[in-house]
Design a protein. Sequence first.
Length: 277
Amino acid sequence: MPVGAASLESLKLIDSWPVDGVAAGVIDNHGNLFTRGKHNHSFRLASISKVMTAWAALIAVEDGSISLDDPVGQPGCTLRHLLCHAGGYGFDTEASIISPERKRVYSNTGYNMAAKYVSEFVDMGFAQYLQEALFAPLNMPTAQLLGSPAADIHCTIEDMAKFAQELRRPTVIAVSTYIEATTPQFPELEGVVPGLGKYSPCPWGLGPEIRGAKHPHWTAPRNSASTFGHFGGSGTFIWHDPVANVTCFALTNREFDEWAMQYWPEFGQAVLNELGR
């Protein structure tokens, strides 16, 4: 992945964000990487962790250890349901709160269940499996799981850039699996994106959120409906727009709230404008 010889002017916008620590990156439509901010600093990714956890689960699926349609949890719930928040489990409740495939209920519990299920079949702890199946092949030496697979992966902006490249052009999963992961699952389901509100429909892939027609949203107004990615409650985000072929990501140490909705869409819009996308 070539590193851009000059910085993007739009990346300078992060200097005005009301945060104590920030690092951000952009991969343009030619594959050039531009970064700015706090390098070699490990940030907690919060819910971006879900995308990495889902990727590891998909690797296990391709290895034949498990299947997306394996039953996991309450009757009618499968691994697929858990990875796209359609399993009927609450945010952090052990018990189900609704039948599967009725509503998009955003769930840390579902992701912890999915990771536990993967661990049982690959015969190792999920943190170790992440290292061996995902982080090592992508050469992400600072990435590590320090708690819940739903929210507690930490890494530097340098390693985030390597995962961003994976979201552009997959290397650890097949293209067919990648297409499935970034295609809305049970696309008619309505649901709530935490911190933003209710959407009908609320499209989600196998790990990544998919923008669709959501408004307002944390991505840029110019982002296409097929844009996918995730934001984290610790003030982090990553998105890839396959139409523009641009990827944008940022890591901060300030929890997501109104500040993010003020600055992130503006930042993404400036990136797309500067790149002529």
